[in-house]
Design a protein around this ligand. Structure first.
Ligand code: 13P
Length: 254
């Protein structure tokens, strides 16, 4: 049984005071939610605040990105070691917004994963196809390519130490959610792809869905056999909505 993981990706939103208020509301609201593991990923400048507010609570802290290098002359970058020191448990790696706007390739994502794992944290590896790729019938090839590149560069064993988020690019921030059946089909495809290399790791790895997950559709998505949680964007900025999704995770877990 895989415990549901609900992670809020705040992206580049909020102010110091709104971030603090949101963290406090999530902390308060989640004390009643036992069955889901809950994570918030605020922007870098608010991580120290996150460590302070969340402390040793069950709500875990994550970062949205990390540098490909361990340390040195990389102006503007943040290392995995620094993120570990600020209490991060998770790091989102290879989000489609980073692949699209900052040219992150699978090779770059592979380096970020390795450094995250080296520092004792857990990467959330994002994969997903664009609308054009889906319409051209290339969806499975694209996702298989993203997974295989990591297997080739980091070995299959790294999949025993990470989480995956399937985020169809066309569903991110658009209000267009993949239907539960569409999402389940891709999650199952990802799990089978990993099982070809290692069935035990495939059975254990959590595969989260991301893309316009909201309180109204969360339960149905999270009830699918291969959907083990959510990576939430917009709805994670509203405490009430995020908490409702966390609750749905617990309900889906039974
Ligand atoms: P939305 O939930 O806003 O569609 O964003 C999803 C996402 O990109 C999470 O990483």
């Amino acid at each position: 049984m895989r415990q549901p993981l609900i992670a809020g990706n705040w992206k580049m939103n909020g102010t110091r005071s709104s971030a603090e208020a949101l963290m406090k509301a999530v902390l308060q609201g989640t004390s009643a939610i036992e069955k889901s593991e809950i994570v918030v990923c605020p922007p870098f400048p608010f991580l120290a605040l996150g460590e302070q507010v969340l402390g040793a609570s069950a709500v875990r802290l994550g970062a949205q990105n990390v540098c490909t290098e361990a340390s040195g002359a990389y102006t503007g970058e943040v290392s995995a070691q620094m993120l570990a020191e600020f209490g991060c448990h998770y790091i989102i790696c290879g989000h489609s917004e980073r692949r699209e706007h900052y040219g992150e390739t699978d090779a770059i994502v592979a380096k970020k994963l390795a450094l995250t794992i080296d520092q004792g944290m857990t990467p959330i590896l994002c994969v997903g196809e664009t609308l054009e790729q889906r319409e051209q019938g290339r969806m499975e090839d694209v996702i298989a390519g993203q997974i295989d590149e990591i297997i080739n560069r980091n070995t299959i064993a790294s999949f025993g130490q990470l989480e995956i988020a399937y985020e169809p690019v066309w569903a991110i921030g658009t209000g267009k959610t993949a239907t539960p059946a569409q999402a389940q089909a891709v999650h199952n495809f990802i799990r089978r792809r990993i099982a070809d290399h290692d069935p035990a790791i495939a059975a254990k790895v959590r595969i989260l869905y991301g893309g316009s997950m909201k309180p109204g559709n969360a339960l149905e998505l999270l009830s699918q056999a291969d959907i083990d949680g959510g990576l939430i964007g917009g709805a994670a900025l509203v405490a009430e909505d995020f908490l409702a999704i966390c609750q749905a995770g617990g309900t889906a877990a039974g």
